[in-house]
Design a protein around this ligand. Structure first.
Ligand SMILES: [Zn+2]
Ligand SMILES: [Zn+2]
Length: 147
C-alpha cells in the first residue's frame, strides 16, 4: 500500500510553464477546446482538449472524483484515487446508492466546472487541469500509474 497524498501531484515537472503564474498556467493540454455536458442523456462529459486529446467521463466517475475537501478526505481515508469507486468492506452488504447524476452544471470562470449532484452535493470545483489529470482513457491511465 503506498502512502496517500493530500495534494494531487504532477506526473512530471513542466519545463515550459515555470515562468507563469500557477493560476494561469493553462497549456494546450489543460485548456479545453470544447466541453459537452450530456445532462439530458446522462452519458457524462466529453471534453476535447486543445492538444487534440479527447476525454470522456461518465457521471459516476466524476462524482467519485469530486475534488472538494470533504470527498478528498473520504478518499484519503479509504486510500482511493479520484474516480475510484468506494469498495464494500468484505462481508458487508453492498450499500445502495443511486447512480450519481448532476442536476445541473455550470462553468466557474474560465478554469473550472461545477456540478450539483443528485445527492445534494455541490462543493467540488472541477478545474480543467484536474479533469485532464483524471482522464480515464487507457493512455492517461497508463501514464498515471507509472508515477
Ligand atoms: Zn465532494
Ligand atoms: Zn486521456
Amino acid at each position: 500500500m503506498s502512502h496517500l497524498r493530500t495534494e494531487p501531484c504532477r506526473p512530471s515537472p513542466c519545463d515550459t510553464c515555470s515562468m507563469q503564474s500557477p493560476l494561469q498556467a493553462a497549456t494546450a493540454a489543460t485548456d479545453p477546446k470544447s466541453v459537452k455536458v450530456n445532462l439530458t442523456t446522462g452519458t457524462g462529459v466529453d471534453i476535447e482538449w486543445n492538444d487534440g486529446h479527447v476525454s470522456h467521463y461518465n457521471f459516476v466517475y466524476l462524482r467519485d472524483a469530486c475534488p472538494c475537501a470533504m470527498c478528498e478526505d473520504e478518499r484519503g481515508k479509504a486510500g482511493r484515487r479520484p474516480g475510484e469507486p468506494a469498495t464494500a468492506v468484505p462481508g458487508a452488504l453492498p450499500m445502495f446508492k443511486p447512480h450519481a447524476k448532476p442536476l445541473s452544471a455550470e462553468g466557474v470562470g474560465k478554469y473550472a466546472i461545477k456540478f450539483s449532484w443528485n445527492d445534494n452535493h455541490d462543493l467540488g470545483l472541477y478545474s480543467w487541469k484536474f479533469l485532464r489529470e483524471i482522464c480515464p482513457c487507457a493512455d492517461c491511465k497508463a501514464s498515471n500509474n507509472n508515477n
